[in-house]
Design a protein around this ligand. Structure first.
Ligand code: MCA
Ligand code: AMP
Length: 491
């Protein structure tokens, strides 16, 4: 945190963030985040790791609140604007958040939660100035809790310390040669590592500029590209797919204009899910860039990356980033022989501290030798790692979001007309995987549109099944366990 603040002081006259077309300097970011810290401290000198949840659209205000929480010694818990109330309530209860800060437009959504916290603060009232802050949190202190889906029902809170975050940032800014001349566009949701660490925090650490668009739309992204000021772009494969599809519909003149702007970029990165080779090839035609594919996870930030300089191999994720150690291991957590497949296991200062309030779950994902078990299966060949799949069929990646099939099944089972169900991910070039559900119901003419409406009150849009089958029974093995591979093939 000290280094982050010092870097910001050094760059105080530079533009840190552009949001709603308004530029904000590092000096203003320092001032506003200090005011927020003072307001949160309310006379104390340290929040002592109180969880502070916040629901603010991706913007300068979001950035100032994140820094304000850290400068006050709190743990930042970003909420997602697209989540329905039950998902937000879960996070507030699970973290036992003491404070919620929100943007006025989210007031009616959050009001039912006001009584669950000691302080329910609308951002507009925070104007207080105040003197210097008397403390900065030590590197070992908890900084951030991000929720991620796993192989058990509910999402788990991944806790990273200031030290973890600094390690994640420095390995990326060094490997990808960030500088203060950089300017990046941020169109990703701000409750995940990709948007928060890889884009926003790497930019701010470097004295560079981060421009926010409140929501992804291909038209808006292309018009930002055409302004000719950006040097970097990072997104999930689904976004590249959508940009390519939009570009293909444009006139020849518009296509040329966009391609001319894109060739000037320094670097374009894809990650959070496997990049289809067809998307890599189409993007090369459109932009002249071979996308740099890298591999990461909420629990460890980025771990493996194709090179910034040197050959980027299609279908491969590259080699360990600076400071990260990787092994491929068998079921006994022993390293596999060269050329054989194994689970990716990671060590390094980038690896998270714990799942919030879940010591057993934390212990389960580390080997006795301290390796973090990712659950991703890979092979090392031709000097680079290649992902082959995951060791759990119940983890789905759709649109770059990690989704638990079991979490969706648990919600589906609460529906009064559903007797049984099973959820799987089926391959899809646009979304990575599409969520598909087999439903067993006795109800004649069961209405799937109504089911979708009902699910949307309980789950975020990206966790809603896109394909259904109404079946008489689920495929099972002799032990009675649902055979999900068989179900997948039925879709
Ligand atoms: C939305 N739609 C979908 C899905 N999501 N259809 C199928 N599968 C989906 N997963 C449909 C909606 O129903 C709607 O259709 C239409 O798409 C638009 O919905 P909307 O919610 O507006 O979607 P969007 O804004 O266009 O979202 C697409 C997106 C978004 C921008 C690609 O999914 C996204 O921001 N993904 C990034 C997630 C991310 O940052 N992951 C990083 C995790 P209709 O109009 O018919 O209803 S961090 C991580 O993974 C690690 C650390 C790492 O390595 O980075
Ligand atoms: P999350 O839990 O949302 O952080 O998602 C992490 C998961 O995304 C990893 O465990 C991988 O399964 C997947 N992932 C991230 N980057 C890549 C990539 N480049 N190729 C394939 N899978 C990826």
């Amino acid at each position: 945190m000290d280094k982050l603040i010092n870097n910001a002081i050094t760059n105080s006259n530079r533009i840190a963030v552009i949001s709603n077309q308004t530029p904000y300097s590092y000096a203003i970011l320092l001032e506003k985040s200090k005011a927020i810290a003072h307001f949160l401290l309310n006379g104390k000198t340290d929040l002592e790791e109180a969880r502070v949840a916040f629901l603010i659209s991706p913007s300068f205000d979001y950035t100032a609140v994140l820094w304000g929480i850290w400068r006050a010694g709190g743990i930042a818990v970003p909420l997602c604007e697209k989540h329905p109330l039950p998902s937000i309530t879960f996070v507030i209860e699970d973290t036992e958040a003491e404070i919620i800060i929100y943007e006025k437009s989210f007031e009616s959504l959050l009001l039912p939660l006001a009584s669950k916290v000691s302080r329910f603060l609308v951002l507009d009232i925070i104007h207080k100035k105040g003197g210097e802050l008397l403390f900065t949190p030590a590197p070992s202190r908890r900084a951030l809790i991000l929720y991620t889906s796993g192989t058990t029902g509910n999402p788990k809170g991944v806790v990273t310390t200031h030290h973890n975050i600094e390690a994640q940032i420095t390995s990326l800014t060094t490997s990808w040669e960030w500088s203060k001349e950089d300017h990046i566009l941020n169109i990703l949701p701000m409750h995940h590592v990709h948007g928060i660490i890889n884009i926003l925090m790497c930019a701010l650490w470097s004295g560079a500029c981060c421009s926010f668009l409140p929501k992804f739309s291909p038209e808006d992204v292309f018009s930002e590209f055409k302004k000719g000021q950006l040097t970097l772009f990072m997104a999930v494969p689904t976004i590249y797919f959508k940009l390519i599809a939009h570009w293909k519909l444009l006139s020849e003149t518009e296509k040329k204009e966009i391609s001319k702007a894109l060739i000037k970029f320094r670097l374009m990165v894809s990650g959070s899910a496997a990049l289809p080779i067809s998307v890599l090839a189409d993007w090369k035609t459109l932009s002249g860039h071979v996308l740099l594919e890298r591999y990461g996870m909420t629990e460890m930030g980025m771990a493996i990356s194709n090179p910034y300089r040197g050959e980027r191999k299609p279908g491969f994720i590259g080699v360990p980033l600076q400071g990260v150690t990787v092994q491929l291991a068998d079921e006994n957590n022993k390293p596999v022989e060269a050329g054989l497949q194994g689970e990716i296991q990671i060590k390094g200062p980038n690896v998270f501290l714990e799942y919030w309030g879940k010591p057993e779950a934390t212990q389960d994902v580390f080997t006795s030798e301290g390796w973090f078990k990712t659950g991703d299966i890979a092979v090392f060949e031709q000097g680079s790692y290649r992902i082959l799949g995951r060791n759990s069929i119940d983890i789905i990646k759709s649109g770059g979001y990690k989704i638990s099939a079991l979490e969706i099944e648990e919600v589906l089972r609460q529906h009064p007309d559903i007797d049984e169900c099973a959820v799987v991910g089926i391959p899809d070039v646009e979304w990575g995987e599409l969520i598909a559900a087999s439903i067993i119901t006795q109800k004649p003419n069961f209405d799937l549109k109504e089911l979708t409406k009902w699910l949307k009150t309980k789950l975020p849009n990206y966790k809603i099944p896109r394909k259904y089958r109404l079946d008489h029974e689920l495929p099972r093995n002799v032990m009675g366990k649902v055979t999900k591979n068989e179900l997948k093939s039925k879709f």
